[in-house]
Structures are given as C-alpha cells and as structure tokens.
Write a protein that binds this ligand. Structure first.
Ligand SMILES: [Ca+2]
Ligand SMILES: [Ca+2]
Length: 470
C-alpha cells in the first residue's frame, strides 16, 4: 500500500504548483479542483474477502468539502470531509472476481476532482450479488442449445444445434418443437440464431439462421409464420456462400431498433474473408425484414449483390451480439483467436480489424478498436492492462439490461456478457467504461437475454439459468 500512496504524492503536488503560478484566469474562491486518491484497497489487490475498509484522501488549495468513494459505480457509505475518509464494504455481498473502487472530491466552489480508480479482485464463492437470486435449473433438458429469443407474450424460443426450435412457455419446456429445420451440425454448424419480428404480435414472424444442406452446405436465414406454438410456411430469405470449414459461422440474428434484420457471420476459418468487402463472411450484415438488401447500407458496388448487405466488417467469429432497446446501439461480441475476446460498438462501415489486429493491439488507426476486451491469460501483475482480472476464452452471450426494470438501479444500464469457457457473466458499465464480476454459471453459456419480466436469462448448452432481483 505504501508504494501506491507514494506514487500518487507526486501527482498531488503538481496541480498546487500550477495554481500558485497562476493561470490566465482570475482566481476564483475555490481556485483549482481538488485531487483525490484511493489509499485502500491497493491497486490490483487480490482475493479480498470479508469486511473491507476502503479509504480515500483528498487535498485542495482552498478546502475539501466532500470525499466520495464508489464501488462498481455506486457510492458506498456517506460523503466524508476529513481525510482519510473511510467506508466499510462487505465483500461477501458481491460475486468473486473484478471490482472497481474509485474516489473523488469536491471543493466549496463545486469544483470536482478526477476519479482516482483502483481495480481489485474479490474472493469468495457467491454465484450472484446478494441482491439477486440465481436458479440454475430453471429449465433443464436442452440439447446443445445455441441461441434464444423472446416473443412479446413472454415465450422463449430456444435454438438447438441439431435444428429444433424449442418453446419455453410459463417456465416449462414444451415437448414439441415450434419448428425443425434440416441442418448440417458438424463442428460449429447447425441452427445458430433466432429472432422474433418486432411486430411478431401482428404477423407471427420468426427468423432462424441455420446451416442448410440444400444443394450445398451453407448458412441460410429463413422466415416462418407462427400460429399458437407451431411454425409453418418456411420462406428462404438469405442464402450465404458454400461453407468450407465447419467452424466460425457467427450465428446471432436480431432486429435493430431501425426495423432491419442484422445477421452476424463468421469468417469460416478463412481470415482473408473478413477484410474482403465482396464476401459476406466475417461481417455484420443488414437486411430488410423480407431478406432484401436496404439501399442505405454503407458498401455497395453492384446492386443486389450479397456483398451490398455488409454493414460492418473485420470480424472473426461474432457468435453473439445485442441491441440496446433504449438507444438502438449494437454491441458485437467477437470471439478471438489466441489472445483477446472483444466487445465492439456497432458502427455502419466500421472495420474491426480482424485478421490484421485483435483486441487492443490496433495496428491501423482506421480500425475500430473494441469497447472492452479481455485476455485468455492473466496480465502481469494480475488485474493490470485491458480487461483487468477478466480471463476467458470465448465471449458468448450479450444483452443490454435497460434503464427500467426490477434490478437495483446500479445494475441497470449495463451490458451483460458471458464467456463459454470461463462460465461467468460479467457486467460492462458503459457509462463508466468499466467491467465488474456479476455471476458464475454451472454450465457453458452461449447466450444472454434480459427478459420482459426483468430477469436475466443465461442460456447454456443444456438449460436456462434465471437470475432475478430479490
Ligand atoms: Ca479548490
Ligand atoms: Ca478487432
């Protein structure tokens, strides 16, 4: 702890000297903003358990009037005035893994310091924070599930890799699938994506993304019309190129708030596809709800060509993505190769860099780097660098929890993401550009969904875990 404090003293002195030298502006009653530092816990502290004391100090040229300490973006305890300001935190209330402590100070003139932030790791064995319940056996008996969607009436439609679209109705898995498509399910092929039309209540349209064996083995998006719990009338809307490898198909499909259908497509293990705008592979594609190509996509040289559907590119294997229902923002999870997992902000025309770059290792400033990225191995020291204490191998699942809902306020307005191998759910707090541990899962997660009832649903290969506010 001592070296950490000493390190910050050097930073504390400088603003005071600058203030003393005088700037161009006339001095106000409050002068310069204060400077705050977190003095406990130490940066990158690991395995913090039990009751913890967080401490922060602040200095100001005129006088500190408030010191605030936050954990994971939420204030803990009261605002103090005297340094060191200390608050108590029961770490047993939180999931084990990464948490972020920060402090700031104000002065009499309302000037506010920068945040001083330390990233730490809590220990313990809690599977969700104390304000939540987790039911890992809410639905069991799924066969190699890959993705799910919810209809406005609350049913969950669950894609199984072998081609069945299952229905969960009133917390029960129905025996009869809503539909079955004939698939090739070798490797990562099969039924991979499902979406309900924004006007499902009116038209009954459900969309599926699957590996068809018709003529050649290729991925296809079809639309079905649902009556009751059964779908009929397949309309084959989009046929992607013939596959070579069995992996990197991407898979997720969702409607944007613009009413367009977005389809995430992997590079099919041929990385050069991702930078080739004449290939729909390694891309995020964007279609009208009838499978036709909108005339406002960013790249199009030959009208009607499937390449005109490209909305963003430079992706490797975007198995999952999500649309923020409040803002329309799209976050694209890209499964990495040897080093990094990525969460990318969807931007029309963006190039996310694969295979020229991965994670934060951007080699070209025209590439769009990830919003958040975590590594396949611990940093040195553990917790430092992009991703902090998050370690995983396959980002699989993402959903926005909206501004409203039964979750405690500080758990809303967050992007939840899961890792297939790490078996965890993390929370990306996009307002503060930080990620925190949220939950552990007992099986391999493949998809996440913030449900109409305000619960967070975690789809695993074999079932659905339901996480709800207490
Ligand atoms: Ca001041
Ligand atoms: Ca990238």
């Amino acid at each position: 702890m001592k070296p950490h404090f000493t390190f910050h003293i050097a930073h504390l002195v400088m603003p005071l000297m600058l203030a003393a030298c005088g700037g161009g502006d006339a001095p106000s009653a409050s002068g310069s903003p204060p400077v705050a530092i977190v003095t406990a816990p130490a940066a990158f502290a690991t395995n913090l358990v039990g009751n913890l004391t967080f401490s922060a100090s602040a200095i100001d040229d005129v006088g500190v009037t408030g010191i605030e300490i936050q954990l994971d973006g939420k204030r803990v305890g009261s605002v103090g005035v005297t340094s060191p300001h200390q608050v108590s935190v029961d770490s047993n209330a939180y999931a084990p893994g990464q948490h972020v402590v920060r402090a700031r100070a104000t002065d009499a003139g309302g000037k506010v310091s920068e945040w001083d932030t330390v990233t730490v790791q809590f220990g313990g064995s809690r599977s969700v924070p104390a304000w939540f319940n987790r039911n890992p056996t809410w639905i069991t008996g799924l066969n190699a599930a890959t993705a799910f969607a919810q209809t406005p009436d609350g049913r969950l439609l669950v894609a199984e890799q072998d081609g069945a679209l299952r229905v969960v109705k009133n917390a029960t898995l129905l025996t009869t699938p809503m539909l079955e498509v004939k698939v090739n399910s070798q490797g990562e092929r099969g039924l991979l994506g499902v979406a309900a039309h924004p006007n499902f209540a009116g038209n009954g349209y459900v969309y599926v993304h699957y590996t068809s064996t018709e003529n050649t083995i290729h991925n296809r998006v079809s639309r079905f019309t649902v009556t009751g719990d059964v779908a009929s009338i397949e309309e084959e809307l989009i046929d992607l190129p013939t596959l070579v490898a069995t992996n990197h198909n991407g898979g997720a499909i969702h409607f944007g708030t613009d009413g367009k259908l977005y389809v995430a497509v992997g590079d099919n293990a041929a990385p050069s596809n991702s930078q080739n705008l004449n290939s729909p592979l390694g891309k995020m594609l964007r279609f009208n709800d009838d499978g036709s190509i909108p005339n406002d996509n960013p790249f199009c040289t030959t009208n009607g060509n499937l390449a005109c559907a490209v909305w963003a590119y430079g992706l490797r294997n975007p198995f999952t993505f999500a649309v923020n229902p409040d803002t329309g923002r799209i976050y694209i999870n890209d499964v990495g190769q040897n080093t990094w997992e990525e969460i990318n902000l969807g931007i029309p025309g963006a190039n996310y860099g694969w295979p020229e770059s991965e994670g934060p290792d951007n080699v070209n400033e025209s590439f769009t780097g990830p919003l958040f990225t975590y590594k396949h191995s611990a940093a040195s020291p553990a917790g430092s660098g992009p991703g902090g204490f998050f370690v995983g191998f396959s980002v699989a699942g993402g959903t926005f929890y909206p501004d409203a809902g039964p979750f405690p306020a500080n758990y809303r307005n967050s992007y939840y993401f899961a890792d297939f191998i790490g078996r965890f759910v993390g929370r990306f707090d996009y307002s503060n550009n930080a990620a925190y541990a949220f939950a552990t899962v007992e099986d391999r997660p493949v998809d996440l969904l913030a449900g109409i009832d305000g619960a967070l649903y975690v789809l695993t290969r074999a079932g659905i875990t339901r996480i709800s506010a207490q």
